[in-house]
Design a protein around this ligand. Sequence first.
Ligand SMILES: Nc1nc2c(c(=O)[nH]1)N[C@H]1C(S)=C(S)[C@@H](COP(=O)(O)O)O[C@H]1N2
Ligand SMILES: [Mo]
Length: 425
Amino acid sequence: MSDALRTALDQVRTREVERRDVLRMLGLGAAASAGLPTLTQYAYAQDTAPASSVIAGKSDDLIVHNDRTGVLETPLEMLREHRITPKDLLYIRNNQIREPEGRSTDGASLTGWTIELMGSVAFPRIVDAATLADLPQEEVTMVLQCSGNGRSFFARSVRTRGTQWAHGGMGQVTFRGPKLSALLESFDPPVAPRDVANFVTAEGADQPPEGASRPDFEHSLPIGDVMDGAILAIEMNGEPLSGAHGGPVRLVVPGYYGTMNVKWLSRLRFEAAESNNVNQIPRYRIPNDPIEPGTPIDYTHENSTPNWRQRIKSTIFSPLNEAAVSAGSVEVTGVAWNDGVAPLTSVQISTDNGATWHAAEFDAPTGAYGWHEFRATVELPAGEHRIWSRAIDARGQAQPIDGSILWNPSGYEWNGADYVDVVAS
Ligand SMILES: Nc1nc2c(c(=O)[nH]1)N[C@H]1C(S)=C(S)[C@@H](COP(=O)(O)O)O[C@H]1N2
Ligand SMILES: [Mo]
């Protein structure tokens, strides 16, 4: 597929150009439109290697954004089929990869794996990962979501650099493992963070690609949330943690964006300040104050915040965008979630571009960090319609109708109200 066509497809997903323009590029006239494959099928027609050859065990139905380190997106049609996203369908985002563990969805072995606990702590240690299984286990069902998920929708104002994720840079999974705090306390004497430690910086055992100048991947997280919530995951969805998803041990901080859940965990540094690693600054940050779409920003620790807590969000699962539906009562379903700090209070649907909103019914999530499934029935006369969804929580946080108000140069943390366009007949 040519770059121009790829760009055009991205733009169609974000409705910048019309489907007919892409058909023209493909050399298909308007007369050919009847019985054409859907746009998503075009998107799968890629000249990248199939997902299963990038990471063994991944479904070839995944959209391959990068076939070297592995950046794989779950099509919405598949994401919506499962309450817990199975490992063959769960998205992958690798800046770099741990060989060989990262190349397979099989569980990775704890034998011989170690995690170093160091920095501003009394009694630093090297932990034998096999001992993690002997500690009390915590289980959390949560939305794992790339902070770039939905990046393609920023193109409604100004397109941003990076993988043009649609909706499928996320999934719902169940992680299990001991709490980090329990591990620290399990030693005699305990590994005690000192008062000066404000952040925990997590390193993975993956390496930058050979010859690459980019430094190793790491992230710093606020120590309070890490000590309260972090688990050292050794299982996912009831099985030993998949190597592709960070096995044998992954730092998991429920409510945080995927990027902060460092895979192939090899070291935790307790530190006074945030890391200056490129993945902490300027990558994976957004400005604290709104900026005009298209404006560059010089990131500092003070004027910006890392992609830590997930923004409130909803995603429509049905109908799919560009679906043909029968006029009359149409069922709208989807999922909504936030960072788990305050409960969701409502999920609302609009069919008049936000003039009026109707409450959808929604289920309780599996714990604070899972997604709520919602459903509503809307009445659609024959014609074209745009169906919107937005979620609101107990802190009064709501999805913006125009997600571009959170525009940032790298297109992180998209959480605009979702919509699909349908034709009722
Ligand atoms: N060690 C390591 N951890 C990592 C990454 C990485 O490249 N290396 N990518 C991060 C990013 S950006 C995301 S979105 C999630 C993706 O998790 P997944 O591949 O298990 O879906 O892993 C995060 N943890
Ligand atoms: Mo990510």
